[in-house]
Design a protein around this ligand. Structure first.
Ligand code: HEC
Ligand code: HEC
Length: 191
């Protein structure tokens, strides 16, 4: 019995090395056809996933798989991927370097966006929008078009699917259209 427990513990401990498994690399390559080479998106509304924290990636992918999270397309891809493979994929992409989006700064918008970040987002997302741990993904350097699409889900009253974060919904649903675009722009210009 003890041996069996030990074997299970070892199998679990061995799990992480799956990230280098050719099978995982092959699955990751299918992700890259949308998310960009090595998970670095070429824009404009597609999120970069390389360098996001492992816990966030793993949770989101599991939620997508189980249909517990609104997605346009991701649920279809995740359906056939096992929970172990999801853990390995999360580790694979988390270990990659974060590469910021390339966005030309528009000063007026950026200044307004900085204020919105300070007032409304920084408590959870960090002073620079670069907090990247636990349930929060990095926003600094993410594509503004994608950030905007995500925040629409929090403000659009006709969008009735479960909001990924009810706590965030409470804070952001009163912002104006301009404030949302400005903060998305500002975050996108961060490195
Ligand atoms: C056909 C294009 C496509 C493929 C292939 C694809 N994705 Fe996605 N992914 C998207 C889109 C679009 C979104 C934005 C959410 C949505 O609308 O579903 C997204 C969202 C995500 C998110 C959430 C990002 C965030 O910051 O919250 C993660 C994580 C993710 N994908 C990982 C993966 C992984 C891992 C794979 C491969 C197993 C994959 N995707 C394959 C299109 C794709
Ligand atoms: C009360 C805490 C809180 C506040 C305030 C908050 N957020 Fe969030 N935010 C979260 C959490 C938690 C998540 C992860 C939820 C999830 O997707 O599962 C998140 C996710 C996001 C995402 C999705 C990221 C991705 O990669 O898919 C965007 C975009 C975002 N927040 C933008 C903002 C902006 C812009 C503000 C300020 C206007 C803001 N948030 C304020 C907690 C917060």
């Amino acid at each position: 019995m003890q041996k069996l427990v030990l074997a299970v513990v070892c199998a679990l401990a061995a799990g992480p090395s799956l990230a280098n498994d050719p099978n995982i690399v092959a699955i990751a390559d299918t992700c890259n056809s949308c998310h960009g080479i090595n998970g670095v998106s070429a824009g404009l509304t597609m999120p970069s996933i390389a360098g996001q924290n492992k816990d966030y990636l793993q949770r989101v992918l599991l939620e997508q798989k189980k249909g517990e999270r609104y997605t346009t397309i991701m649920d279809r891809f995740m359906k056939n991927i096992s929970d172990e493979e999801i853990a390995a994929l999360a580790q694979y992409f988390a270990a990659k370097e974060w590469v910021p989006a390339t966005v030309a700064v528009e000063m007026t918008q950026a200044n307004q966006g900085r204020q919105v970040l300070r007032k409304t987002c920084q408590n959870c997302h960090g002073e620079k929008g670069d907090k990247n741990s636990g349930d929060v993904p990095r926003l600094a350097g993410q594509w503004p078009g994608y950030i905007r699409l995500e925040t629409f889900k929090y403000v659009d009253r006709t969008f009735t699917a479960k909001k990924p974060s009810e706590r965030m919904a409470e804070k952001v649903h009163n912002l104006t259209e301009n404030e949302h675009s400005a903060v998305a722009h500002f975050l996108g210009t961060r490195k």
